[in-house]
Structures are given as structure tokens and as C-alpha cells.
Design a protein around this ligand. Structure first.
Ligand SMILES: [Fe+2]
Length: 347
């Protein structure tokens, strides 16, 4: 075992220069002694600084208004994002199309995802209206701090599908130690008590209060009882967030055709839902090595390749899962429409 540690040590150290975040899987990242000496907070500060620097170079891609809102709050919200008629055509086409779906069950919630890949775009060409929209493109890039094509999915959240405990996404957390983008373009109305996206305004900034809390967590996380914090998505209670000096969390009760683009290094969650609900959205996710000094040069953003990444990654994970090397929580559930009931057994 000791020999293994010597062999792996260079890999663990090299991972410091990447987005690797797991306190539990990497003993260097998770080292309480190193984090007491400031390893984690230095990495976080450097990653935040570089992201803001890259954003400065991407600012021309969005309006001054959106930029001011994001820089202040950590998110941009745009109601009535597409013209009404275009929104309705897009929504109806997506809802009518049975596409290859993947599902994951967490607590009492099923998350279903569809890859917006060449097959999906051919079947639902209306989605090009969204994908080519300059504000959609600009906001994904500015918030993500890279001139890259995000991974784009259609996502359904089916809540209260059984009597289990709420899913762990309903705890306020940060996704990782560095800025990163997620966008939600809602195709259904989301009411306050129907599992809305929740965000703590201004918490995308490394304020002294937040930095102090992260410093303390970085020392405890590897050995703490919370599995998701140990894997690098630190969880905080409402009281801790208040002590950090942030405002109260805001729940995005929004009508369909609203776009929300957020930096999920800020504290966020999925709100609890009071009853069974079906939320459908176009959802993106953009992440890259946070220490890259440049904004572009992403080979995976090349048209033709970019839309094939999701099925490719799913196939690779399925293969590794069959070999017993990793677990693949995203189960293939065949062809389903976005508002269909779960394909997974959920009892
Ligand atoms: Fe998250």
C-alpha cells in the first residue's frame, strides 16, 4: 500500500494544476496538514482570479446590463428569453419527441437527461433557434469564463416519485472550488414550492467570510461524514451562509421561457417541492481546467465534435462500468418523451 502511495504521489500532485476537487480521492488535495497551510484556499483564489481575468476578455459577448447583473449576483435571469411564438414551437417540438433518455434516481427524485446531439437536433431543428442565439452563446461563455461550447442537454426533474428522503441536491452547496457555468432555459413554469433553482446572490465571490469558511472546511472535508462535501462539493447550512455575510437564498419561481445562467461556484440548491412535479428545461454545463490562461483553443468546441461529446462520454462510461472500473449512475431507459413518467423502477 505504501509503495502504491509513492507511485501515485506525482499523479496526485499534478492534479493540483487541474479541476480535480475530491478531498477523499486525492490525499494531497484532501491533506488536512497542507490545507491548514493554505493549499486549498490558494488554489481557489488563483482559480477565481484567473476566471475573472478570462471573463474580462469575453465581456464583449454580452450586454453591459447582463455583465453588471452577473458580476453583482453570480447569475443572470432573463424572462421572456425567446419571442413567444419561437418558444412555443421549440417547447412543443421537444415535448413531442421520444428521444434516447438516461435517468438517475437520487432520494425521491429522478433526473432524466437527453443529449442534444446530431440525432436530437435533426429531430427537433427548432432547438437551433436557442443554440445559435447570441445572448445564449455569450452568457454561457462569459459566466463559464471560457470561449467554449457547453455540454447541452434537455433535462427533466421528476420529484416526489416515491417516499424516500429528498434528494441531496436540495442542500445548499458549491459544485467545486472554481467558477463554472450552468444554464437553465425553462420549458415549464416553476412555482416557488415546485423544486425551483435556488441561489445565494453574491456568493460567487470569494469574500473574506466565505474564504474563512472554505479554509475550515478544507481541513475537515476528507474525514467528514458528508460524502458529497468529501468529493469536493462543499455543503453549507443556512446559518453558515448567514455567518459568511451573504443575503438570504433566492428561489427562482419563474414562468416558462425564462433563462437563468449561473456560476455554480456560488451556493445553490434545488428547492424542495411540495408535491409531485415535472420540471423540463434545456440545461447546459461548462467546465474546463480552471488554470488555463487562455479563453479559447478548445478542440471539443469544434462544430461536429461538440454535439457528439455527450453520447461519447455515456458510451465510454457504460464500457468502463461493464468492466467494473467505475459506476455509471446514468441508466439507459430507452426512448421517452420529456414529460413521460420515470423509466427507472422507482418503488
Ligand atoms: Fe450543484
Amino acid at each position: 500500500m505504501k509503495a502504491m502511495r509513492y507511485l501515485m504521489a506525482p499523479v496526485w500532485v499534478a492534479a493540483l494544476a487541474t479541476g480535480a476537487k475530491s478531498f477523499r480521492d486525492n490525499p494531497v488535495i484532501g491533506s488536512p496538514a497542507l490545507n491548514r497551510r493554505g493549499l486549498y484556499v490558494r488554489r481557489a483564489k488563483l482559480a477565481h482570479g484567473m476566471a475573472w481575468h478570462r471573463r474580462g476578455r469575453l465581456a464583449r459577448m454580452i450586454s453591459a446590463e447582463d455583465r453588471a447583473a452577473f458580476d453583482r449576483d453570480g447569475f443572470v435571469m432573463r424572462p421572456d428569453f425567446l419571442p413567444r411564438e419561437k418558444f412555443e414551437r421549440l417547447r412543443d417540438a421537444i415535448f413531442a419527441h421520444p428521444a434516447p433518455a438516461r435517468e438517475m434516481l437520487q432520494g425521491d427524485t429522478v433526473t432524466r437527461r437527453y443529449a442534444v446531439d446530431p440525432g436530437f437536433i435533426a429531430a427537433v431543428p427548432e432547438i437551433r433557434t436557442l443554440l445559435s442565439d447570441p445572448d445564449w452563446r455569450g452568457l454561457n461563455r462569459y459566466v463559464g469564463s471560457f470561449d467554449q461550447e457547453p455540454l447541452t442537454y434537455v433535462q427533466t426533474i421528476l420529484s416526489h416519485i416515491n417516499n424516500s428522503k429528498p434528494d441531496p441536491q436540495t442542500d445548499l452547496h458549491i459544485d467545486t472550488f472554481h467558477p463554472t457555468v450552468k444554464a437553465f432555459y425553462f420549458l415549464t413554469d416553476v412555482k416557488e414550492d415546485e423544486g425551483p433553482f435556488v441561489y445565494v446572490p453574491g456568493s460567487h465571490r470569494l469574500t473574506p467570510g466565505r474564504l474563512k469558511w472554505e479554509y475550515e472546511q478544507s481541513i475537515l472535508a476528507a474525514s467528514g461524514g458528508d460524502r458529497l462535501s468529501a468529493r469536493g462539493s462543499l455543503r453549507a447550512s443556512a446559518a453558515e451562509i448567514e455567518r459568511m455575510g451573504f443575503a438570504a437564498p433566492r428561489a427562482f419561481a419563474v414562468p416558462a421561457n425564462t433563462l437563468v445562467v449561473a456560476d455554480t461556484v456560488g451556493f445553490h440548491a434545488r428547492g424542495l417541492s411540495a408535491r409531485p412535479t415535472v420540471r423540463v428545461e434545456v440545461w447546459t454545463y461548462g467546465r474546463r481546467n480552471p488554470f488555463l490562461p487562455w479563453t479559447g483553443l478548445d478542440p471539443w468546441s469544434i462544430p461536429g465534435l461538440a454535439e457528439r461529446r455527450i453520447p461519447f462520454v455515456w458510451d465510454v462510461r457504460d464500457f468502463l462500468n461493464r468492466k467494473g472500473l467505475i459506476s455509471q449512475p446514468w441508466k439507459d431507459v430507452g426512448l421517452l418523451r420529456p414529460q413521460d413518467p420515470p423509466g427507472l423502477p422507482v418503488a
